[in-house]
Design a protein around this ligand. Structure first.
Ligand SMILES: *[C@@H]1O[C@H](CO)[C@@H](O)[C@H](O)[C@H]1NC(C)=O
Ligand SMILES: *[C@@H]1O[C@H](CO)[C@@H](O)[C@H](O)[C@H]1NC(C)=O
Ligand SMILES: *[C@@H]1O[C@H](CO)[C@@H](O)[C@H](O)[C@H]1NC(C)=O
Ligand SMILES: *[C@@H]1O[C@H](CO)[C@@H](O)[C@H](O)[C@H]1NC(C)=O
Ligand SMILES: *[C@@H]1O[C@H](CO)[C@@H](O)[C@H](O)[C@H]1NC(C)=O
Ligand SMILES: *[C@@H]1O[C@H](CO)[C@@H](O)[C@H](O)[C@H]1NC(C)=O
Ligand SMILES: *[C@@H]1O[C@H](CO)[C@@H](O)[C@H](O)[C@H]1NC(C)=O
Ligand SMILES: *[C@@H]1O[C@H](CO)[C@@H](O)[C@H](O)[C@H]1NC(C)=O
Ligand SMILES: *[C@@H]1O[C@H](CO)[C@@H](O)[C@H](O)[C@H]1NC(C)=O
Ligand SMILES: *[C@@H]1O[C@H](CO)[C@@H](O)[C@H](O)[C@H]1NC(C)=O
Length: 879
């Protein structure tokens, strides 16, 4: 019995192992693509999301670290779906139709850190579902239909820190009892279930001693009467639709001593109830809530602010316009967020007492000026006023904000910034003025902004950069001046920017004036709005030191095409990344990347590279990513003689390649990723080598190969490239060559053999054959015979023939004889004469003697004659 069981177990395991081994052999993916990593590593990440899959693909790469399978139609996870994937750390399965996960499906995933099975149809979390996931830190089971969690289901998850069970059908607090098995758990999200109460008395003591964040929601009775979560810090009462009615029951407020953060979203509770909550939380520091009008009318805001421990207040999603005066009591706050609160103004004095305020955000409101009090809040470090209706900035607005380090004024309607506006902001590091209506910034960035490091002026209406715009910004590291109206920069526009490292602009390379100061520049992004003409600065650049520390250059033309001169790029000998889009090159410059020896990523997309030559790529020793998509390339031959030993990713999608010579890939020894999507590939024998390479090579993944369609010949259009039967191509060639070379060899052997041993037989055969031909030809014509007999004899016998035979046969018998000495026609080949004579005679007389038998011609005559007729008579005379 026992051994039988063991045997079947063994067989089962063998089958299991075989299944794994079997599938790790394939190295092209049917339903997934590899994700390109900008900094190539050995870590494989697979994207199989959103492809209508109904099962986990069985050709997943076993050493992948990340697999995205979201948004498919997978109904079930089977044991073995992820077998042997011991390096996987990130697995997304959200948005499928999973109802069942087989026990032990994840057993091999010992390094898995994140598992997302949200938005599926699970109803039960079974006992052994998570077996093996000892390194899992984050588990998302939200938006399923979970009603039941097996009591021991979580016992394997010894590293789990975050668990989401939002939007399920859990009903009772004891349903979450398995959480006690999670020794490292810190955050649990339980909102939007069917709980009607959450009472710790239903949970064991010391239930979860590491838990610090608990999220819950609904019409719920919340009672903490035992130290079930001694270290809980954050309580979140989340809104799931309306009618969230929290009943707070805390008999001993010491149990909530450690709670510092409270989040209340749309809780329809009375002012008294909120006051009770506030009173029971002695350590409350951060309070986030959507603030109801009724509460404001009863003066709750000023009540709240009396809480001495409160430091950070976040009011959102409710109209606060009538209650701003109540904020004045919150003098102890260091952080105040009033976002999405429909504020038209923050009246004078409302936040003035907040002398310790360091962070203020009034973003996404309807303010039309900077709140008056801001200028008095000299402790402010971060001020966010984005997405308002501010149109003007005055000299007083930031008068005393000397400690301000970040100022966000983006997405307003500011059209002008005067000289004095930022004059006091001597500690400002980051300033965002993007998405406004500025046409000029003359004098705006004055001497005070000595510490400014990041300046964003994107999406304004600036046409020209004048020499005086940025000359004081000595510390500026990042500048964005992308603008649709950009036309020109004056020649000294960038002179002051000694520390600039990153620039995004709409200025073409030749539009930069003197740039000798931009010695630290590393990243330049040029976004050209169109192929419009640019006014090129008059001053000449010193080519030799042009952006010599540049590491990354990106040139994008939004519409149309931009002609790009590569000369300046050649001088960037630190360049690692070069990307262009909608850019054409002057090939006649014969440019190469010879001097850009550090180039790692080269992306030339939406260009015209139909004339690309191998010289372009030849000397780039460290190139790792080459993307030439949508660039009219017709053939891969340009890769043939390159020495791209480190190239890993090659992307050639959307080109015009029809035939691929697979030998190209032998010059790319590190290639692991090849994308040839949307090329008009031929399904002919010319591609059979490539197809075979795709199927057999073990190193390079050819992306989406299964979707490649034949574009030619016509009858194959629409069929899949990989379905093209290459067998006939292979057979045709090799079998033909085999047969023909075999024949040749045999023939040669035979010929030399025959020549050596059967030379004479061969000659006779030849003449016999001629005779036969002659016979059948002449025979048909039925010529009347010219002679009665042809006499075949040897010269030595001539005497006898003339003296003895002729007189008898011609004289006495009256025959007409044919003698070669007498009757042969001169000038005719002798062999023809013989045959003519024989066939012109009714019979042949052979005078057989020793000489005759030794003579070549005579025996030939016999042969020919024998073929035709028999000898009439023979006479043997031994001489
Ligand atoms: C790829 O997906 C299709 C459609 O879901 C399926 O029929 C096929 O078996 C899958 N291939 C692999 C290798 O999983
Ligand atoms: C889920 O668990 C419940 C309770 O143990 C059980 O009655 C039910 O059959 C289970 N359903 C499935 C689909 O396993
Ligand atoms: C987690 O992974 C590490 C390797 O990163 C391994 O050494 C460790 O044993 C794993 N921990 C558990 C609990 O499996
Ligand atoms: C709670 O845990 C502490 C230490 O971890 C232990 O001393 C105490 O006995 C536990 N209490 C209960 C009721 O298990
Ligand atoms: C609060 O946390 C401290 C440790 O930070 C702990 O000693 C104490 O027991 C906790 N208080 C409660 C009421 O759980
Ligand atoms: C509460 O607001 C603060 C900012 O004021 C934020 O950092 C925190 O994440 C918010 N808490 C929650 C639970 O949203
Ligand atoms: C600015 O600060 C100075 C001293 O810190 C103070 O004298 C002055 O009144 C303040 N001005 C405003 C407008 O708050
Ligand atoms: C401004 O910042 C400095 C350094 O952090 C600090 O000493 C000073 O108190 C701050 N000023 C105000 C008004 O908060
Ligand atoms: C330049 O770009 C690269 C790649 O995007 C980035 O890693 C690097 O941090 C950037 N350098 C600067 C100075 O911003
Ligand atoms: C190709 O590159 C390798 C290393 O980058 C170098 O050793 C080799 O000499 C090069 N071969 C040719 C033909 O340039």
């Amino acid at each position: 019995m026992r051994s039988k069981g063991n045997l079947s177990l063994l067989i089962f395991m063998l089958l299991f192992i075989l299944r794994c081994i079997n599938h790790s052999l394939a190295y092209f993916l049917t339903n997934c693509t590899m994700i390109i990593q900008e900094t190539p590593s050995n870590e494989v990440a697979l994207d199989c999301a959103d492809r209508q899959l109904v099962a986990v693909p069985d050709d997943l790469i076993k050493d992948a670290v990340s697999v995205k399978l979201g948004m498919n139609r997978i109904p079930k996870i089977n044991k073995g779906d992820f077998c042997d994937m011991g390096r996987l750390s990130y697995l997304l399965l959200y948005g499928n139709e999973i109802t069942v996960v087989d026990d032990g499906s994840f057993t091999d995933l010992v390094l898995l850190k994140t598992l997302d099975i949200s938005t599926n149809k699970l109803t039960n979390v079974t006992c052994n579902m998570f077996q093996g996931l000892s390194n899992l830190t984050m588990l998302d089971l939200s938006q399923n239909k979970i009603r039941f969690i097996h009591n021991a289901a979580f016992r394997f998850l010894i590293s789990l820190q975050t668990l989401s069970l939002r939007y399920n059908k859990l009903q009772q607090i004891c349903d979450i009892a398995p959480i006690r098995d999670l020794p490292q758990i810190q955050e649990v999200f339980l909102s939007c279930n069917l709980f009607s109460s959450f009472e710790t008395k239903d949970l064991p003591q010391n239930f979860s001693s590491n838990l610090n964040t608990l999220e819950i929601s609904g019409k719920i009775r919340f009672s903490i009467s035992t130290p079930a979560f001694p270290y809980i810090k954050t309580l979140v009462f989340f809104a799931c639709g309306y009618h969230n009615n929290l009943q707070w029951d805390i008999p001993d407020k010491a149990l909530l001593q450690n709670i510092t953060d409270l989040y209340l979203d749309q809780q329809e509770i009375s002012v008294e109830a909120i006051q009770e909550i506030l009173q029971s939380l002695d350590s409350l520091t951060h309070f986030n809530l959507s603030f109801f009008r009724e509460w404001g009318e009863k003066g709750l805001l000023s009540e709240m602010c009396k809480k001495a421990t409160l430091r950070s207040l976040n009011l959102f999603q409710r109209d606060l316009n009538s209650f701003t005066s109540q904020l004045a009591s919150c003098s102890q706050l260091t952080k105040l967020k009033l976002e999405d609160t429909y504020l038209k103004d923050l009246p004078k004095g409302s936040i003035l007492p907040m002398r310790k305020l360091r962070f203020l955000s009034v973003s996404r409101n309807e303010l039309n000026r900077v709140p008056f009090d801001v200028k008095h809040l000299s402790s402010l470090e971060t001020l966010r006023l984005r997405n308002n209706l501010i149109s003007e900035l005055s000299c007083e607005d930031f008068m005393n904000n000397t400690n301000l380090s970040e100022l966000y004024l983006n997405a307003n309607q500011i059209s002008k910034v005067g000289r004095c506006v930022f004059e006091s902001l001597t500690n400002l590091k980051r300033l965002d003025l993007s998405d406004n209506m500025l046409t000029t910034v003359t004098d705006a960035f004055n001497n005070a902004l000595q510490k400014l490091e990041v300046l964003n002026l994107r999406k304004n209406f600036i046409k020209c950069i004048r020499n005086d715009y940025f000359r004081h910004l000595k510390s500026l590291k990042r500048l964005n001046i992308e603008s649709y109206l950009f036309e020109k920069a004056e020649s000294k526009a960038f002179n002051g920017l000694k520390n600039l490292e990153e620039l995004t602009s709409s200025l073409p390379l030749e539009g930069f004036g003197e740039i000798t100061h931009l010695q630290l520049m590393e990243n330049l992004t040029i976004i050209l709005p169109s192929n419009r003409r640019f006014t090129v600065s008059e001053s000449t650049n010193d080519q030799g030191i042009f952006f010599k520390s540049m590491k990354s250059l990106t040139v994008t033309c939004k519409s149309g095409l931009y002609y790009f001169n590569m000369e300046k790029v050649q001088s960037m000998n630190q360049l690692e990344i070069f990307k262009t889009e909608n850019v054409l090159f002057y090939w006649q410059d014969k440019f190469t990347f010879e001097r850009n020896t550090r180039l790692k990523t080269l992306t030339l997309t939406k260009s015209d590279l139909s004339k690309i030559r191998s010289e372009l790529l030849q000397p780039i020793p460290h190139l790792q990513i080459l993307d030439l998509s949508q660039s009219k390339i017709k053939s891969l031959d340009f890769l043939m003689r390159t020495n791209l030993t480190e190239l890993r990713y090659l992307i050639l999608a959307d080109n015009e390649i029809d035939v691929i010579n697979e030998l190209v890939f032998s010059s790319l020894p590190s290639l692991t990723y090849l994308d040839l999507s949307n090329n008009p590939l031929l399904c002919e024998c010319s591609n059979s080598g490539f197809i075979q390479w795709v199927k057999n090579n073990k190193q390079t993944m050819v992306v989406n190969t299964h979707q490649y369609k034949c574009s030619f010949p016509v009858e194959k259009q629409g069929t899949k490239l990989l379905d093209f039967d290459i067998q006939p191509c292979l057979d045709d060639g090799s079998f033909f060559f085999f047969i023909s070379s075999t024949c040749l060899v045999v023939l040669t052997l035979l010929t030399s053999f025959i020549y050596h041993f059967l030379k004479w037989q061969l000659v006779y055969t030849f003449h016999l054959f001629l005779a036969f031909l002659y016979d059948s030809r002449k025979g048909k014509k039925q010529d009347p015979h010219q002679f009665d007999a042809f006499v075949s004899y040897n010269v030595h016998d001539e005497d006898w023939v003339y003296r003895e035979m002729l007189p008898v046969l011609e004289g006495e018998q009256g025959w007409r004889l044919c003698l070669h000495h007498r009757d042969f026609q001169p000038g005719k080949p002798i062999i023809e004469n013989i045959t003519d004579a024989i066939y012109g005679s009714r019979k042949t007389i052979c005078v057989i003697s020793r000489h005759y038998l030794q003579s070549e011609w005579c025996s030939r005559e016999i042969q020919i004659a024998r073929w035709g007729r028999c000898c009439l008579a023979y006479h043997v005379q031994i001489i």
